[in-house]
Design a protein around this ligand. Sequence first.
Ligand SMILES: [Zn+2]
Length: 176
Amino acid sequence: MSRARGPGPEKLPRAVVRRRSGVHGFGLYARDFIPQDTRIIEYLGERITKAEAQRREDRRLERLAAGGDGCVYIFEVNERHDLDGDVPWNAARRINHSCTPNCETQKVRGRIWIVARRDIAPGEELNYDYGFDFAEWRDHPCRCGTAACAGYIVNTGQRWRVRRLRAEERPTGKLR
Ligand SMILES: [Zn+2]
């Protein structure tokens, strides 16, 4: 655990298990029934200034441009601070995105929680909407497979723009 500068390796609440996901990498799954509105797990991380968050975001975009890992783990906490969840003790970083999620993130007094949006059955994969900005939609393909999926991870308000662009790009077979 050379990277562990914090509270040690990741810990999972009793109601949650880690398993390989059909969507992406490892995911978190409900072990037990989880009622709607339950605060399931805290999204932990390193509290950083906005300037540091920007520096890390620039590095992430460089990695992405070089064909590397472009995952986003930085959350806005308030006007002065962000939270970088890319730390080994943050088990919640494994939760995948879905366009029809069963969880959501909630800020409670400067902390971020993953909360059940509805009742969740044992064995269901937990997911929330990453809500990425439209600007870099092409960098984040989505494989959630739900009916609401736009094929890319983009916040709900802007999914129609992605759908329209993709429809325009699709060859129609018509003669011009
Ligand atoms: Zn999707």
